[in-house]
Design a protein around this ligand. Structure first.
Ligand code: AMP
Ligand code: GLY
Length: 431
């Protein structure tokens, strides 16, 4: 069959890699992809958000199944457009995608259906928002309502910082329309984890657990980014915590969607803070995480395309997890996340890729004069398997050491937060 992946990043490279292993695939396409993806899928030169052109292409080319990576086309209604033309696509409708597309919608929804989350208020009036900040005090979290590619949430440790952020979002239009309305919420303490499930109406199937590293610098310092690395599984999600996530977050959310008459088919990602009181939702996404998808898909065994197709049709499926750990170190360009440089030649990819149990997923790369060059903020995901998390980490960083481009930056502590659990009660989890 003919399969289309929509998106350009590391998540989409991992999806294309996983789907390409299925014997069902005759032809794999990606719109638009990157230098890594084009070595395993045909390039479709259409932007992921040009949903009409994508639907035209899929219809004409006879694409049998489409999987969407990023949120923007989903929030803009790619699924509705494809379904209108009788094309099969895995990803939620425009209506269902509001869970990610509007923080205010998501918060109201969680409140209504008692999904645990931070206390919050929504503001469209700057002065009222400032008054609220002064009443409540810091630390406090200011979030733009709309999509902001990871730049829309600011954890503020002083009232001044919160007011400055409100000014940037609401008055200076730093995020365009996305910041006109804001959600201000209680600061939650705990450890973050990502819990992603495949959903089809009432049914859901969990993917392996993972943990992202959102801040740019070691020790969780610096600005928020799209994610600088991830690993799977995460020991923060113990069997007991997972049981609560399923009951209190996923199942209440699916029941709420049903109650609202909203049909959800696709990946549902709960970004969680595991607090002393239990798991609380920081955000919902309506897609796989990036970089979480990379270590997650590395650990999904078997024919993932077959599983997706069966699940799409409403069948019960079971996903088997690889026993090994997987870990992803993101290499980014100088200037990321504000102003990433582009066009730098990347060296050492082949040598790094030759290492045992190492997989490199490209993100912001393209080809120029036959060479792989940087083309965005996050450039590469250097991933490895290990029988222990330490082994996965050491292998990934060994591979990173072979790679070079001018101005490259990466965190050196991916996975470290897990070791404290593994040294104590979880030491026997994996040999
Ligand atoms: P979001 O886009 O809502 O996931 O927020 C991005 C990041 O900001 C999260 O991954 C957290 O690190 C942080 N964050 C968001 N909301 C809160 C909160 N209520 N308390 C503490 N940290 C938060
Ligand atoms: N890694 C966080 C996200 O994909 O939103």
């Amino acid at each position: 069959m003919k399969v289309l992946v929509v998106g350009n990043g590391g998540r989409e490279h991992a999806l294309a890699w996983k789907l390409s292993q299925s014997p069902l695939v005759k032809e794999l396409y990606c719109a638009k992809g990157n230098a890594g993806i084009w070595s395993i899928a045909k390039k479709v030169d259409i932007s992921p958000t040009d949903i009409k052109a994508l639907a035209d292409f899929a219809y004409k080319e006879g694409i049998d199944f489409t999987v969407v990576g990023p949120e923007a086309p989903l929030v803009e209604g790619i699924t509705d457009e494809f379904e209108k033309r009788g094309l099969k696509i895995f990803g939620p409708s425009k209506e269902a995608s509001q869970l990610e597309g509007s923080k205010a919608f998501a918060k109201k929804f969680m409140e209504k259906y008692e999904v645990p989350t931070a206390q919050y208020q929504v503001f469209e009036d700057f002065d009222k928002a400032v008054r609220f900040v002064k009443d409540v005090g810091a630390p406090i979290v200011v979030k733009a309502d709309g999509l902001a590619a990871g730049k829309g949430a600011v954890v503020c440790f002083s009232e001044e910082q919160a007011i400055q952020t409100l000014e940037n979002f609401m008055k200076k239009g730093a995020l365009g329309g996305a910041g006109k309305r804001v959600v201000i919420e209680e600061f939650l303490e705990g450890e973050e984890a990502s819990y992603i499930v495949m959903v089809n109406g009432d049914k859901y199937v969990p993917l392996p657990t993972s943990q992202d590293h959102k801040r740019l610098l070691d020790g969780d310092k610096g600005p928020n980014t799209g994610g600088m690395g991830a690993y799977s599984p995460t020991p923060v999600i113990t069997p007991e915590v997972e049981e609560r996530i399923r009951r209190e977050v996923i199942e209440r959310t699916l029941a709420g969607l049903k109650e609202e008459g909203i049909y959800f088919r696709g990946f549902l990602y709960a970004g969680l803070m595991i607090t002393a009181e239990g798991p609380k939702v920081l955000e919902f996404n309506v897609r796989l995480g990036d970089p979480e998808a990379q270590p997650i898909l590395m650990r999904v065994r078997g024919d993932f395309l077959q599983s997706l197709l069966d699940f799409y049709e409403g069948k019960d499926i079971k996903l088997e997890e690889d026993e090994r750990w997987s870990l992803d170190v993101v290499i980014a360009s100088r200037g990321y996340p504000q102003n990433p440089e582009k066009g730098k030649v990347i060296e050492g990819l082949e040598e790094a890729q030759k290492l045992e149990d190492v997989i490199i997923f490209h993100a912001g790369t393209t080809l120029k004069d036959g060479k792989v060059v940087t083309n965005g903020g996050r450039v590469l995901n250097v991933c490895a398997y290990g029988r222990t998390l330490k082994e996965a980490k050491d292998r990934a960083y060994e591979a990173v050491s072979k790679i070079h481009f001018e101005g490259m930056q990466f965190r050196k502590d991916i996975g470290d937060k897990a070791f404290k659990y593994l040294d104590s009660k979880f030491s026997s989890r994996k040999s």
